[in-house]
Design a protein. Structure first.
Length: 410
């Protein structure tokens, strides 16, 4: 097949099959997205070229979502975009705006649910040279596995004062009067339902434990609010432990409910509010974290703040069964900085590093990570980080990308 013809990554029973010149769809994104993409694409291409010369390269395929898609097609998320991600399996995206008013509640959620990308994977670690608000950021080295298709992402809500809310109230009162009596102000209450399933829990926890095994991580922490929400968050905890026992041979290890795998990995759990304290006081005690959607949102952002902010926090949305994966910058669109060549591209670039690792291009992934580490250690950073680091050089987005390429090629 010609290098210039679309060549998809495919999934076989033993894993991904990646051609030398795979076609990878990308969404430029809204707001600051175009600035980030213009700076980042040459970096990704350069690191692949430096690792493999002409033997490998990425054939980029732009697909539309967000404001550009709406302006072009009248659709915030065209079906052609979904088809491209389905067909080519692996893609990457910049930040997307959330439409105001009707239509899709969140484009990011629509992509994750439409492709059943049940794992939101957020590695959080410190980098030399960054100034952070905690004393020992180097102790933070965690990978968050956040459930991506249930909990509030599949939540069903009824607005206060609507016929739907009234119907739900009437049903609760007639069917479960004792539970309905707990609603303090029923006439002015909105209602929400959060689904949490055994199947959804098990596939997330299985991915988290397998990641810990594959990457020689010491522990997996199940984070939940099961002391209050016993049949959703509590079930998540219980199903997680049961999965660890059934599929991985975990056995009691003498400390509360904890389990231990034959390889020595500890499976433990922590109440979510206590976990937010734990990551400040004892971050080294936690390595891989498996949690539901809302908890994962809070925890991953709080952890990012401990190591320098969301501007250097990468993310991936993955279905480990089908191989589908969309890598993304984890921050918002920052429209106030659009077209000013000022934004930090590191979240996107570190997500690209995750993508390269995911498709098995380890040499390129490692080179990109080393380059980013070198720029940060040299205090060659964009304005958001320079404001936190005395004596740092504030670079534009494009100048930062050029500095990064120089470190990669050095």
């Amino acid at each position: 097949m010609s290098k210039n013809m679309p060549t998809p990554i495919t999934m076989q029973s033993d894993g991904l099959v990646v051609p030398p010149h795979p076609t990878i769809p990308h969404i430029i994104g809204d707001g600051s997205g175009p600035d980030i993409w213009r700076a980042s694409q040459p970096v990704i291409d350069a690191v692949v070229r430096s690792a493999y010369a002409d033997a490998r390269s990425i054939e980029w395929l732009e697909v539309l979502a967000g404001q550009k898609a709406y302006d072009t097609t009248g659709n915030w998320l065209p079906e052609e975009t979904m088809e491209a991600f389905r067909d080519f399996l692996v893609g990457i995206k910049g930040p997307l705006t959330t439409p105001v008013g009707g239509g899709i509640r969140s484009l990011n959620v629509a992509l994750r649910q439409g492709l059943d990308l049940y794992c939101c994977v957020r590695p959080v670690r410190s980098f030399e040279g960054l100034v952070t608000p905690v004393k020992h950021p180097e102790l933070v080295d965690m990978v968050i596995f956040r459930e991506n298709t249930e909990d509030i992402y599949a939540g069903i809500e009824f607005a206060a004062g609507t016929a739907e809310a009234q119907a739900l109230r009437d049903w609760l009162c007639s069917t479960f009067p004792e539970r309905a009596a707990k609603v303090r102000f029923p006439q002015t209450s909105g209602f929400g339902i959060k689904p949490v399933s055994r199947e959804g829990t098990e596939r997330l926890v299985q991915a988290a434990i397998q990641y810990a095994i594959d990457h020689h991580r010491p522990s997996v922490t199940l984070v939940h609010k099961g002391n209050i929400m016993k049949f959703t968050e509590g079930a998540f905890r219980d199903w997680g432990y049961a999965l660890a026992e059934r599929e991985f041979g975990a056995t009691p290890c003498g400390k509360a409910s904890w389990r231990q795998l034959p390889c020595g990995i500890i499976i433990k759990d922590c109440i979510c509010d206590a976990f937010l304290q734990e990551i400040l006081l004892h971050p080294a005690e936690h390595s891989v974290v498996a949690t539901l959607n809302l908890n994962g949102d809070y925890c991953s952002d709080a952890l990012a703040a401990q190591v320098g902010g969301i501007g250097i926090s990468p993310g991936a949305n993955i279905n480990y069964h089908t191989g589908h994966a969309v890598f993304e910058a984890t921050h918002g669109t920052a429209p106030a900085l659009a077209n000013q060549n000022k934004v930090n591209p590191c979240s996107f670039l570190l997500s690209a590093q995750m993508m390269l690792s995911y498709i098995g291009w380890k040499e390129a992934a490692d080179a990109l990570l080393r380059g980013i580490q070198a720029t940060l250690a040299a205090h060659q950073v964009t304005a958001d980080l320079a404001s936190l680091i005395p004596g740092a050089t504030a670079l534009s987005t494009s100048d930062y990308a050029e500095a990064l390429v120089a470190h990669i090629l050095s």
